[in-house]
Every structure is written in structure tokens, then in C-alpha cells.
Ligand binder design. Structure first.
Ligand code: SF4
Length: 341
């Protein structure tokens, strides 16, 4: 890893782990660990949208937060390739270096209702990063906030209003304006449209695409909805119980999945043509417990293609065709069904 040229890559993640301790008893002794993220490796190219999907609890949001050190990773490397400073090992940066890096790395959250402070006006919310980083004040600050609001399709006259005056879609636009304030290169979008009505989802997704082109942004787009991810992503990675099980260019993944879990996820996506009838794969059994995962392949108790080796040996993520990575012992042999596009 990785297979693209080094200068194409903006962010690289190697063997990232986040294990949360389980504490019990009066002395709060550590009795085990929840392996929320358990050895994840991937890269994100300059200017692309990299989708990260999986069921809730699979570790995708924890991965996104670790990249910005909103949660401290337990182990692994996160390398941000900065145009001026060169490769930066995010996991090793001190507080001041991290503060400077956050100009380039921003996050927007799922819930636009709780992620905006209800006591602050739009001007304060969007302008805060500019003040904290000594970028603008006074008249210049107002001009910058007005330009940011315009960029996300909101009227600058709204800048003295409070978040409660806005709908969910408008609030997500405010979150985007705030994220853009310091002209970042990379944005983690953590389920940014999951809490919105379907009609509004499309508007926010289109806005994100426009902003990406205009400001040369790179996105990590986290979602559980495969249709949304398919629409916006250049490449997609699938997570299962803290591990990355497959990643590929979007069309390749959706037409030619190589991991049985990806196939099962896709069988549940509504097909655009109702005449095409495909069998829905219903996964039996429980999702593996990240505090006590099964041996071998974590997916084996639910996998309809499992064989003896699957319960004994953990499959490693490997590149089976250029930029198509799979962690399955039988990835070369299985004929799996994707979504006919
Ligand atoms: Fe299924 Fe085995 Fe592949 Fe795991 S390694 S996905 S259990 S076939």
C-alpha cells in the first residue's frame, strides 16, 4: 500500500486502532477493551471524495474523529501530506501544531441541531474560527462571514440571527460555512445528511460537490446509506466491526464487490428499475461484539460462503486488482452480485 503515486495522496492512515477500555468495580479496573477501530489502513487522494460505509457501531465515525485527534488514537499512523510542510504525522503533533493543522482539516457532524451553539448568532458561529486564529476582525470579519454565507447559499442578512431560526438543511449549510472559514484542504463529513429529509439531502449533497470543485476540497464522507455514498464518492471503503473489509473505486465496488459483507449490504439497496428483481441477502446472527470478536474472519458467523479456514485465520487486506482492496480468503474465487447501474 498504497498503489497511486505519492504526490496524489493527501492523507494516509496506517494500521489505525482505537480501543476503549472497559472499566469495572470500585477501583475501576480495566477488564477488557472495546476495539472500535482495529487496524484500519487506507489513503485519500487529493480532491477526491472517499466514502466510508458500514452499519452503525462499525467504527467509521471513530475513525473520522481519530484523523482530527478529536479522539486520541490508541495506535497507528495518520500522515497528512501538507504542500508546504511536507508529510506530517498527525498522531505525533503537539497542541500548537495540531491547532495549526486544524486550519487544513475540518469536520462537520450529523446533527445540525446539536452541533451549533444555540446562544451564538451566525456571525459568531461562522466567524469564530477566524477570530480564534487571528485571521480577521471588525469589518473584515463581517465581509468574510458574508462571503462564506453566500458560498453556501445563505443570505448575508441572516448573520445576526440564531440557529433556531433555520431548518435542518440550512443549519447544515451553516456548518459547512463554518468548516470553510479557514480555507481547509480536507473535511471529514460525518453522516452530514442522515438527519435531513430526502429532498433536502440532495440539495446539501449538490452543494458539497459544488464547494469541492470551487475550493479544491478533499472529503472523507462517512455514511450508512449506500445510495448516498454511491452518489457522492469517487472511492468507497466498507467497514465491519472496526476493520476495513473492502475498498475500491465507486463503480468497481458497486458492480464488482469482492467481499460477502459488501454484497449483503448492496442487496438491501432499492434498485432504480423495479423490474430487476434480485434476492435480498438477509444476514443471520448477531453483529460481532467488538469487545470480544470471534477468531479468524470477524464476519464468518454470518457469512454464507464461510469455510473452515475462515474461523481460524484472519484474512488480511490485499490489493486484488489496482486500487481494489479486499480482506477475504476467497476474494479471487467468489462470484458476488453488485448493483446493476
Ligand atoms: Fe466469508 Fe471467509 Fe471471506 Fe470472511 S474470509 S468474508 S468468512 S468467505
Amino acid at each position: 500500500m498504497p498503489s497511486p503515486a505519492q504526490d496524489e495522496i493527501l492523507l494516509e492512515v496506517r494500521n489505525l486502532k482505537k480501543h476503549f477500555p472497559i472499566r469495572r468495580g470500585f477501583l475501576r479496573r480495566t477488564v477488557g477493551y472495546v476495539k472500535a477501530v482495529d487496524g484500519v489502513t487506507f489513503y485519500i487522494k487529493q480532491g477526491e471524495t472517499f466514502g466510508l460505509v458500514g452499519e452503525s457501531g462499525c467504527g467509521k465515525s471513530t475513525t473520522g474523529r481519530c484523523l482530527l485527534r478529536l479522539i486520541e488514537p490508541t495506535e497507528g499512523e495518520i500522515i497528512f501530506y501538507d504542500e508546504e510542510a511536507g508529510p506530517l504525522h498527525v498522531e505525533q503533533l503537539d497542541k500548537e501544531q495540531m491547532r495549526r493543522l486544524r486550519r487544513n482539516m475540518q469536520i462537520i457532524f450529523q446533527d445540525p441541531y446539536s452541533s451549533l451553539n444555540p446562544r451564538l448568532t451566525l456571525k459568531q458561529i461562522v466567524g469564530e474560527p477566524l477570530i480564534v486564529n487571528n485571521v480577521a476582525r471588525g469589518r473584515e470579519l463581517e465581509d468574510r462571514v458574508a462571503a462564506l454565507l453566500r458560498a453556501v447559499g445563505l443570505r448575508p442578512e441572516y448573520m445576526d440571527r440564531y440557529p433556531h431560526a433555520f431548518s435542518g438543511g440550512q443549519r447544515q449549510r451553516i456548518s459547512l460555512a463554518r468548516a470553510l472559514a479557514l480555507n481547509p484542504k480536507f473535511i471529514v463529513a460525518d453522516e452530514p445528511v442522515s438527519a435531513l429529509d430526502v429532498s433536502v439531502q440532495a440539495q446539501v449533497l449538490n452543494l458539497m460537490e459544488d464547494l469541492q470543485e470551487r475550493f479544491n476540497l478533499t472529503y472523507l464522507f462517512i455514511a450508512h446509506d449506500l445510495s448516498v455514498v454511491k452518489h457522492i464518492s469517487d472511492r468507497v471503503a466498507v467497514m465491519y466491526v472496526g476493520k476495513l473489509v473492502e475498498s475500491a473505486e465507486t463503480n468497481e465496488l458497486f458492480t464488482n464487490p469482492k467481499h460477502p459483507y459488501t454484497e449483503a449490504l448492496m442487496s438491501a439497496v432499492p434498485k432504480p428499475n423495479p423490474r430487476i428483481r434480485t434476492e435480498r441477502i438477509v444476514l443471520t446472527g448477531e453483529v460481532a461484539n467488538p469487545a470480544n470478536p470471534p477468531p479468524g474472519c470477524y464476519f464468518h458467523p454470518r457469512c454464507r460462503y464461510a469455510q473452515k479456514i475462515c474461523a481460524e485465520e484472519e484474512p488480511q487486506l490485499r490489493e486484488i486488482t489496482p486500487e481494489h482492496f479486499v480482506a477475504c480468503h476467497f476474494a479471487d474465487e467468489l462470484e458476488l452480485r453488485g448493483i446493476i447501474s
